[in-house]
Design a protein. Structure first.
Length: 267
C-alpha cells in the first residue's frame, strides 16, 4: 500500500528541493508565473468581497468570505505559479546551506513584482467590467471594496507589521502541510482550512492587499499609490517575511538538520 502523506522530516526535504527548483528558474519564468499568482490570489479576494458585501448576517458573511478566499491559493499550488508569501519558505534551504541568499533574493524580487502586476491587472479588469458599479457609491460591492481599501491604509505601521507576521506564519504552514499530501483532495483541504483561518482572523497578506487596496482605489476610495505602499504594503511585506521566512522555517531548520557537508560550495 502506497504512502499517502509525507512525514514532517520528509516535508522539510521536499521544501528544500522545491527551493532548489525555484532558484534555477529564469527571470522570465518567475515573472510570468508571478503575474499568474497575483491574479489567482485576486480571484479569491473578488469572491470574498462579493460575499462580505451581500451577506445580511455579518458573522456568517465573514466566515463564508474567508472560506471562498482560499480558492486563490488552490490555483497557485495546483495550477502552478509563483507566490511571494509562499516562497518565503525558500529560506529553509538557505539556512541549511543548500543554496545562497542571492538566489532567494532574485526569486523574491521578481516574483513580488510579478504578483503586483497580476494583482493590479485583475483589479483594473474588475473595475472596468462595471460589475461593482462605475464608482463605489453606485453599488454595495464597490462600496465594500472602498471600505476595505481605506481600512487597510488606515492601519498603524506596527499593527500592519504584526498582522503580517501572523498571516505568513499561517500561509507557509498551509504550503508546508499541503506538501505532505500526494493527492489533490488532500492538498485542497490542507490549504483551505489554514487560509480560511488567516482571513477570518483579520491578518494581513501583502499580495492579497495589492488587489484589495488597488481595486478600492480604482472604485474611488481615498487611497493613493503612496499610501498603499507606505501605510500597508511596506509593513505587511516586512511582517510576512518575518513570519514566513524567519519564524517558521527557522524553527524547522533547528529540528530537521544542518547543511549537507557534501554539497557543492558554489551552488
Amino acid at each position: 500500500m502506497s504512502k499517502m502523506m509525507l512525514s514532517p522530516g520528509e516535508i522539510a526535504d521536499a521544501t528544500v528541493n522545491a527551493g532548489k527548483t525555484k532558484c534555477a528558474k529564469s527571470i522570465y519564468n518567475l515573472f510570468i508565473l508571478g503575474i499568474l499568482a497575483g491574479m489567482f490570489i485576486a480571484f479569491g479576494a473578488v469572491g470574498a468581497i462579493v460575499i462580505w458585501s451581500l451577506s445580511t448576517l455579518p458573522a456568517i458573511g465573514k466566515f463564508l468570505g474567508a472560506a471562498i478566499f482560499p480558492v486563490g491559493i488552490m490555483f497557485v499550488v495546483l495550477a502552478g505559479s509563483e507566490l511571494f508569501t509562499g516562497n518565503s519558505l525558500m529560506t529553509l534551504g538557505m539556512f541549511k546551506g543548500e543554496y545562497k541568499v542571492r538566489y532567494v533574493m532574485k526569486n523574491w524580487s521578481i516574483v513580488y513584482l510579478g504578483n503586483f502586476v497580476g494583482s493590479i491587472l485583475l483589479a483594473f479588469l474588475i473595475y472596468k467590467s462595471n460589475l461593482w458599479g462605475a464608482n463605489g457609491t453606485a453599488n454595495v460591492i464597490g462600496a465594500k471594496a472602498i471600505a476595505i481599501a481605506e481600512g487597510k491604509v488606515g492601519l498603524s505601521f506596527s499593527a500592519a507589521l504584526y498582522r503580517g507576521i501572523l498571516c505568513n506564519m499561517v500561509v507557509v504552514l498551509a504550503i508546508w502541510i499541503s506538501s505532505s499530501s500526494k493527492d489533490v483532495i488532500g492538498k485542497i483541504f490542507a490549504l483551505w482550512f489554514p487560509i480560511t483561518l488567516f482571513v477570518l482572523s483579520g491578518y494581513e497578506h501583502s499580495i492579497a492587499n495589492m488587489f484589495f487596496i488597488s481595486v478600492g482605489m480604482f472604485m474611488g476610495g481615498d487611497v493613493t499609490w503612496s499610501t498603499m505602499f507606505m501605510n500597508n504594503l511596506l509593513p505587511v511585506t516586512i511582517g510576512n517575511i518575518i513570519g514566513g521566512a524567519v519564524v517558521i522555517p527557522g524553527l524547522y531548520c533547528a529540528i530537521f538538520g544542518k547543511k549537507n557537508k557534501n554539497k557543492d560550495k558554489d551552488k
